[in-house]
Design a protein around this ligand. Structure first.
Ligand code: XMP
Length: 326
């Protein structure tokens, strides 16, 4: 049967409407779960973060959050999740350092789809293992949002948040934002007091930096992706572009070219900068990046990131290119 957004639910575009939604959801969550425990995979993305903040308000430490670090997160991300949720919101948070586990499994794997598959499958395994260690979990919370439901029903994509969980995770679901669109989830997140950095962050793929380190992932090249991405984000923020440009990131292909560093030959990787704008991600245009800004980013990446001697800007719209390289 179709899961339809209730007609009584107004479009949430003000703090007052978000506050009313939060009050309603807190009541509904309390009614649904009582004093039983709820488990949540907290990635640090907008949807799971908002669900976590809502559930902390409703049931406090009966929400158990699991944050899996698969080694493919952006610089500072696991730290931010722990700081915001454990230190500031007092969440019952389990941090799982699974970096070696993922990177060992991915070593030598060149096929993009196989990489995605390994990352997705291992993530569920790690999460299920953590769930098995806990006593008395009765529910699983998920950051399903309305477009996920619509796209699943229309057969566009089998969203990872909708159905298809392995039997060991077959708990009853708690999905408090499932009738909201992304912009509404952001308004609710702000009303819950989550930092703008978390609520207005750009989209980030599930396989993370893994798809920005084309071919077989090595730890040194992955580190070059992470460091160059951090520099790009910092410079975009300083230039007032964060929150304005839809998505921007760096890619470090498995290709070296000749250069000069400290007067010596440096045979090193190149770093591609990509910055795109879109409304629907079906078609994307390229951000016309300012020349001086690009020079500054190039200077910083080539001087601060070990192993990179050259920076390129990708001027290709979608189509013909996709947003990500894999
Ligand atoms: P493409 O590369 O298909 O990207 O033009 C469109 C948007 O989707 C994101 N993307 C992903 N997100 N898992 C995700 O959760 C993935 O495997 C994945 N691949 C691409 C991409 O970042 C862009 O926003």
């Amino acid at each position: 049967m179709a899961d339809v957004r209730p007609a009584s639910l107004k479009r949430i575009n003000t703090k007052a409407l978000a506050d009313a939604f939060i009050d309603d959801q807190i009541k509904a969550i309390k009614e649904q779960v009582g004093d039983r425990k709820v488990l949540l995979a907290l990635s640090g993305g907008v949807d799971s973060s908002v669900v976590a903040a809502l559930l902390i308000k409703a049931i406090g430490s009966n929400l158990v959050c699991v944050h899996v670090n698969h080694g493919l997160l952006r610089k500072g991300e696991p730290e931010m999740v722990c700081k915001v949720f454990r230190d500031e919101l007092g969440a019952n948070l389990i941090y799982v350092d699974a970096v070696d586990r993922f990177l060992d499994l991915l070593a030598g794997v060149t096929d993009p789809e196989q990489k995605r598959h390994i990352i997705g499958e291992e993530f569920i395994k790690v999460f299920a293992e953590e769930a098995a260690k806990l006593d008395g979990i009765a529910y699983l919370a998920q950051g399903t949002i309305y477009p996920d439901i619509l796209e699943s029903e229309q057969g566009i994509k089998a969203h990872h948040n909708v159905g298809g969980l392995p039997p060991e995770l077959d708990f009853e679901l708690v999905e408090p934002v499932k009738y909201l669109y992304k912009d509404e989830v952001r308004v609710v997140g702000s009303a819950l007091g989550l930092p703008d950095k978390m609520v207005y962050r750009q989209p980030f793929p599930g396989p993370g930096l893994g798809v920005r380190c084309p071919g077989a992932i090595t730890r040194d090249r992955l580190e070059a992706v992470r460091e160059s991405d951090a520099i790009l984000r910092e410079e975009f923020e300083k230039a007032g572009l964060a929150g304005k440009v839809w998505q921007y990131f760096t890619v470090v292909p498995d290709f070296k070219s000749t250069g000069i560093k400290d007067g010596k030959r440096a045979f090193e990787w190149l770093c591609i900068v990509r910055a795109i704008n879109t409304t629907d991600v079906v078609k994307c245009t390229v951000e016309p990046i300012d020349y001086d800004l690009m020079c500054k980013i190039t200077e910083r990446i080539t001087h601060e990131v070990p192993g990179i001697n050259r920076v390129l800007y990708d001027y290709t719209p979608k189509p013909t290119a996709t947003v990500e390289y894999e």
